[in-house]
Design a binder for this molecule. Structure first.
Ligand code: HEC
Length: 162
């Protein structure tokens, strides 16, 4: 009787595991969260675009400058879509009134192929970047004109076009 009991217990456990294990494995597959880019990652991409934009504009490569502008705008759209809050504070009120006017001035300067206007608008954008960092307690992330191209495997002058 004791033996029968033991083997019955074993059978019950085995049956239990057989039903539980696949469920657990399935749940594990379902538990993997969808990938959401972090604000730091989105900002690092924005930093790269910001630098490339500068060298494209300085080289008078206006099509590349316009392209980097589109990428930068998409980057900020992604910030609002994926990370609309930072430490409980909404991002949009800090972004819209500062970054958008600077981007609009950059668009106009690029369309006019006007380097002086481009430089002034670029500095306004950099101030808007630093302003938000300051407002959110990250004033130590200060943005400025880049002094050297971030990548040497890409030409920023228009002569690089085939
Ligand atoms: C509306 C707010 C806001 C604006 C505008 C903004 N940032 Fe940021 N940025 C942040 C916050 C918040 C962080 C910190 C994110 C974190 O640590 O998760 C950050 C972090 C960064 C970092 C640090 C990333 C790292 O991993 O080292 C860089 C670089 C950066 N931003 C560049 C920029 C640039 C360039 C611009 C403008 C073109 C800009 N940011 C505009 C809010 C902003």
């Amino acid at each position: 009787m004791k033996r029968l009991c033991r083997s019955m217990t074993a059978a019950v456990i085995a049956l239990g595991l057989a039903t539980v294990l696949p469920v657990a494995a399935d749940e594990h597959a379902r538990a993997a969260p969808p990938y959401t880019p972090g604000l730091g990652e989105l900002m690092s991409a924005n930093q790269m675009r910001h630098a490339k934009l500068w060298f494209a504009g300085e080289a008078g490569n206006w099509p590349l400058a316009a392209y980097e502008m589109d990428e930068l705008k998409e980057g900020f759209d992604d910030v609002l879509a994926y990370q609309p809050h930072f430490k409980g504070k909404p991002i949009e009120p800090l972004l819209k009134p500062t970054v958008e006017p600077a981007l609009a001035k950059l668009d106009a300067a690029i369309a006019a192929k006007d380097r002086a206007r481009f430089e002034a608008a670029f500095d306004e954008l950099s101030r808007a970047c630093s302003f938000c960092h300051q407002e959110l307690g990250y004033g130590f992330i200060a943005i400025q004109r880049p002094t050297a191209p971030p990548f040497t495997n890409q030409r920023f002058d228009a002569a690089g076009q085939p």
